[in-house]
Ligand binder design. Structure first.
Ligand code: FES
Length: 275
C-alpha cells in the first residue's frame, strides 16, 4: 500500500476549490479519461493576478489532492509566479507523493501550462524562449532537465537508463520520459549488445520478473497480476484484485508493467491486458 502524507489525505478528503468558474479567463486541460485521469483547471485573472482557481477532476485520490493544492497555490499569485510552478513544487506542497503517483502532479502542471498558453496565446512562445538552452525538462515527474542527464552521462559515468535513474531520479515514477532518456543516452553512449534470449528463455525471464518484481509491487496496493501468454514480444497478462477494477489499469500496464519488462527483459516488449 502506498504511503500518503497527511496533506494528501486532507486534500483528498476535503478538496479545496472544486467546481468551475463562470466566465473564466483561462481554462486548461490535461490527461485523458481513457488513461484514467483528467483535469480541467479554471482561472480568473485580474490584471496580472490570479484571483480565483477551481478544478474538476476525474482520477485517483492523488489526482484530486494535487489539483486541490495547485488551486490553493495559484490564488493570489502573479501570472509570472504561476508560470514558474513546477510539478515538483506541487508534490512538495503535499509533503510528497509516492513515485508511482508523481504523474498526478505532472497533470496539474500540464493543465496550468495549457491554461496559461491559451491566455498568453502567441506571447507564450516568446516566454518559452527565455528558457536556457539544454534546460528543457525531460522527466516532468522529477523536474530533471536534459542538461542534468547529459551531465550524469559525461561526468558521472551513467551508461544506462537505470544509471540515470539512480543519479537523477528521472524515470522512477510514470515512466513517460523513458524513451527520451534512452534517446539522449544513445547520442552519447554506444549501446552494448543485448544478451539474445531464446523464446523459451524469454518466457521464463518474463514470468520470473512478473512474479518477483511486478506482482509484489501491485500486491502492496491489494492488486496482482498473472502472465497469460507470450507471443514474440507481445506479453498478455491479467490484472487481479484492486488492479482489475482500477480506473488507472491502462496506465499501470503501460507505465509500470511494460516499463519494467522493457527495462529488465527486452526493449521491444508490448504488454496487453486479457480480461
Ligand atoms: S516523466 Fe514521469 S517518471 Fe519521468
Amino acid at each position: 500500500m502506498w504511503e500518503y502524507s497527511d496533506k494528501v489525505k486532507e486534500h483528498f478528503t476535503n478538496p479545496k476549490n472544486v467546481g468551475s468558474i463562470e466566465n473564466a479567463d483561462a481554462i486548461g486541460e490535461a490527461g485523458a479519461l481513457s488513461c484514467g485521469d483528467k483535469l480541467k483547471l479554471y482561472l480568473k485573472i485580474d490584471g496580472n493576478i490570479i484571483t480565483d482557481a477551481k478544478f474538476q477532476t476525474f482520477g485517483c485520490g492523488s489526482a484530486v489532492a494535487a489539483s486541490s493544492v495547485l488551486t490553493v497555490m495559484l490564488i493570489g499569485k502573479t501570472l509570472d509566479e504561476a508560470r514558474k510552478i513546477t510539478n515538483r513544487q506541487i508534490a512538495q506542497e503535499l509533503d510528497g507523493l509516492p513515485p508511482e503517483k508523481m504523474h498526478c502532479s505532472v497533470m496539474g502542471r500540464e493543465a496550468l501550462e495549457d491554461a496559461l498558453k491559451k491566455y498568453y496565446q502567441e506571447d507564450w512562445e516568446d516566454l518559452e524562449e527565455e528558457v536556457e538552452a539544454g534546460s528543457q525538462i525531460i522527466c516532468h515527474c522529477f523536474g530533471v532537465s536534459e542538461k542534468q542527464i547529459i551531465d550524469a552521462i559525461l561526468n558521472n559515468g551513467a551508461k544506462t537508463f537505470d544509471d540515470i535513474s539512480k543519479i537523477t531520479s528521472a524515470g522512477l515514477a510514470c515512466g513517460r520520459c523513458r524513451e527520451n532518456i534512452k534517446t539522449i543516452i544513445s547520442r552519447y553512449i554506444k549501446q552494448e549488445e543485448k544478451q539474445v534470449l531464446t523464446p523459451v528463455q524469454k518466457i521464463i525471464k518474463i514470468n520470473s520478473i512478473i512474479e518477483t518484481v511486478i506482482s509484489p509491487e501491485l500486491q502492496k496496493d491489494f492488486g496482482d497480476i498473472e502472465l497469460i501468454n507470450v507471443e514474440g514480444n507481445n506479453v498478455y497478462v491479467r490484472l487481479k484484485g484492486h488492479c482489475s477494477q482500477c480506473a488507472n489499469a491502462k496506465m499501470t500496464l503501460k507505465n509500470f508493467v511494460e516499463v519494467k519488462l522493457k527495462e529488465l527483459v527486452d526493449d521491444d516488449i508490448v504488454v496487453f491486458e486479457e480480461k
